[in-house]
Design a protein around this ligand. Structure first.
Ligand code: FAD
Length: 311
């Protein structure tokens, strides 16, 4: 058994593992895909102190840093169930799809999240070639260009306001008959001169020239007409889904969006179970934040372990 088991091998999980092993705790990391979302990222320009890097390079650096220590890394290990300890200090159990069960006195949940995809032709093909999901990350790559933001909830409208300040023109495309964002955000959006808002518009395709995005096609749900917009970028903002399906019956409290609820010390409602990064209620989902949160969860796990003898 481990003293600390980290579930998830993205920036949050890697940071957590480095921090607990450096405290002398026997640490394991089990991840479905070590590296996490970083593996799907191309240019990274906001990883503070690193002017520019690329996802696969950062993922390799995470793995190398964890590899410097005596951490058991179990890749391709998908957790499917958490059974918390029956008393503080006891062993939690994590069951995996491959039939394995691991035990640990403290667990750090860092299973991340995934952007909801539109699921239309061209989206996957042009991912990182004009199709983007993170305005904080990729907004500046579209300086002066024309972009669309798909989704009229708070994140879509915030993204459109943010991008309008950087890019040449923004078209916000919403499927529904009206935007769902807070009124104050909608008012701000409509006050911006370089923004158009389309409602009742179903995005049906992202088009490109083989190299990069060149436009999008949508169906006007009122007239049934198919229309095209020429542009250079498409930001998909229809939801970030936390990877918590496997925690449903664990007793770990989730928000109404399915995020793990944590306090300021990254503790969940279950003693000895901590959580970090995109999978949690922490606001703003970014690499530097996930790393900070992973470190915090690890230090809290340390604090827990020194206060709770094996029960
Ligand atoms: P993740 O990176 O999602 O890692 C989760 C880990 O958990 C993975 O190892 C996964 O395989 C594993 N896992 C999931 N479910 C299970 C399970 N059931 N059992 C076991 N393991 C599981 N952020 C920036 O700061 N700058 C950027 O430029 C940037 N660009 C981005 C571009 C794209 C295309 C995307 C998708 C995201 C981008 N982000 C960027 C966001 C950033 O990648 C995330 O905030 C960060 O990776 C979150 O780290 P995490 O460790 O919390 O989760």
């Amino acid at each position: 058994p481990y003293e600390v088991l980290v579930v998830g091998g993205g920036p949050a999980g890697a940071a957590a593992a480095i921090y607990t092993v450096r405290k002398g705790f026997r640490t394991g990391v089990a991840a479905e895909r070590f590296g996490g979302q970083v593996l799907d990222t191309m240019g990274i320009e906001n990883f503070v102190s690193v002017t520019y890097t690329e996802g696969p390079k950062l993922a390799a650096a995470l793995e190398a840093h964890v590899g410097e220590y005596d951490v058991d890394v179990m890749n391709l290990a998908k957790a499917e169930k958490l059974i918390p300890a029956s008393r503080p200090g006891g062993y939690h159990e994590v069951q995996f799809e491959n039939g394995a069960t691991l035990k640990a006195r403290a667990v750090v949940l860092a299973t991340g999240a995934r952007w909801r995809n539109l699921g239309v032709p061209g989206e996957l093909e042009y991912r990182n070639k004009g199709v983007a999901y993170c305005p904080h990350c990729d907004g500046p790559l579209f300086k002066g260009k024309r972009v669309a933001v798909i989704g009229g909830g708070n994140s879509g409208v915030e993204a459109a306001i943010d991008l309008a300040n950087i890019v040449g023109h923004v078209t916000l495309v919403e499927f529904d008959g009206k935007l769902r964002a807070d009124q104050v955000l909608q008012d701000k959006l409509r006050s911006l001169k370089n923004v158009d808002v389309l409602v009742s518009a179903q995005t049906t395709e992202v088009t490109g020239d083989g190299e990069r995005v060149s436009g999008l096609v949508y169906k006007d749900r009122e007239s049934g007409e198919e229309k095209r917009i020429e542009l250079e970028g498409v930001f998909v903002q229809i939801g970030l889904v936390p990877n918590t399906e496997w925690l449903k019956d664990s007793g770990v409290a989730l928000s109404r969006f399915g995020e793990i609820e944590i306090d300021a010390k990254a503790a969940t409602n279950v003693p000895g179970v901590f959580a970090a990064g995109d999978v949690t209620t922490v606001p703003y989902k970014q690499i530097v934040i996930a790393m900070g949160e992973g470190s915090k969860a690890a230090l809290s796990a340390f604090d827990y372990l020194i206060r709770n003898e094996l029960a």
